[in-house]
Design a protein around this ligand. Structure first.
Ligand code: SF4
Length: 363
């Protein structure tokens, strides 16, 4: 059984260095480069992939997830759903002096009930209760159904279709984007090769100093029958990665010189405050696109609102949460100093054309 080397290229520095190492060590005919297109990429990343293909004389296979079947199933589910009403938390009512307030019927008479106390049946007033909060719907309301069915159609953009299907955006605790748009696509591609009779070595541009979660990443490991992972730059620093690519004559993705610390989604759901400010100032069209997506995904959700960037929020009213956390509000927040109350007067001095590399790539 021959061995295929599958290299997942993202357009970032680490996967580029990994591809360069693979090209150095393996036969070209055994190398397969793949790119999982989330649909939330920057156009400069697509251009960079074309540059890599041309500079390295290699083809990078584009993989794109598809959710039309899931969207069709969801449409059917919503259309058949029976509304069963709304449920509220309740609390008993007291007057200003702390005395229980009695419940009254529509004619103003106090509502009584019969209870047994010490074996004797007595009549006593029923205490008035009030609804607490805005309640929650057990099922889709007719209005929410109409709203959702109007937008639950495949758009051809994997990221947007995934969020329409889920009725929400991913978050740091529910990162289904990575799983559905990248990991599952790459794994399915590799399993397909195994079914064709190949053994697969999955080359991954993972580094231990990238994050706490990756601190324990191994150089290599067996993932399953016929499938191994290999991480040749696991012990490298980001400086070493840039130096290696430069020594091989390969330019970094131009996004690194425009304030981006990582190349991936534009923006990522985990975007940092300073990076969001850079994106809003340099690539406002991407912020406008996210605002449109917030509208569409909100329409597809039971609550009617959804925000791309989630954050802890204690308001029960979803309208308030949306008003505080929608992408435009987050962009305004990104322009503030620490604490989020005062505007950073120096922020506007960051001219969009200036280099703002987080890695010191500028001469
Ligand atoms: S975690 Fe960020 S970069 Fe990764 S798929 Fe989700 S949004 Fe994109």
């Amino acid at each position: 059984m021959s061995l295929k080397h599958v290299i997942s290229v993202s357009g970032g520095k680490d996967s580029t260095a990994t591809l360069l190492i693979a090209l150095e060590r393996c036969r070209r005919e055994d190398i397969i480069a793949i790119f999982c297109d989330t649909g939330n990429e920057h156009e400069q990343t697509y251009e960079y992939l074309a540059y890599l293909e041309q500079a390295l004389d290699i083809r990078i296979h584009r993989l794109k997830a598809e959710f039309s079947a899931q969207l069709a199933t969801k449409r059917m589910f919503i259309a058949r759903d029976q509304r069963t009403g709304r449920v509220y938390e309740s609390a008993v009512v007291f007057d200003a002096c702390g005395n229980p307030v009695s419940k009254r019927d529509t004619r103003g008479n106090i509502v009584m009930r019969t209870v047994t106390r010490n074996g004797v049946k007595v009549a006593e007033p029923v205490q008035k209760t009030k609804k607490v909060g805005s309640g929650r719907r057990l099922r889709w309301s007719n209005k929410a159904k109409r709203r959702a069915l109007a937008v639950l159609m495949p758009t051809g953009n994997p990221f947007l279709d995934l969020c329409l299907w889920k009725g929400r955006f991913p978050s740091s605790t529910a990162r289904f984007c990575t799983q559905e748009l990248k990991r599952d696509m790459a794994v399915a591609f590799q399993l397909d090769l195994i079914e064709q009779g190949f053994r697969v070595l999955s080359w991954q541009g993972v580094r231990r100093d990238e994050s706490h979660q990756r601190r324990g990443a191994k150089l290599s490991e067996r993932i399953g029958p016929g499938l191994w992972a290999f991480r040749p730059i696991v012990a490298w620093t980001s400086d070493e990665v840039f130096r290696f690519c430069s020594a091989k004559g390969i330019q970094p993705n131009p996004l690194y010189k425009q304030g981006m610390s990582r190349v991936g989604c534009m923006p990522c759901i985990n975007v940092k405050k300073a990076e969001l400010r850079q994106i809003a100032s340099r690539f406002p069209a991407h912020i406008e696109r996210i605002a449109e997506w917030e509208h569409l995904v909100g329409q597809a959700s039971k609550r009617g609102f959804s925000t791309f960037l989630s954050d802890a929020h204690d308001a029960a009213d979803r309208r308030q949460v949306f008003a505080d956390l929608n992408i435009w509000a987050r962009v305004e927040w990104s322009k503030t100093t620490r604490g989020g109350r005062q505007f950073d007067l120096l922020a506007d001095l960051d001219a969009p054309a200036a280099c703002a590399s987080a890695y010191g790539l500028c001469e």
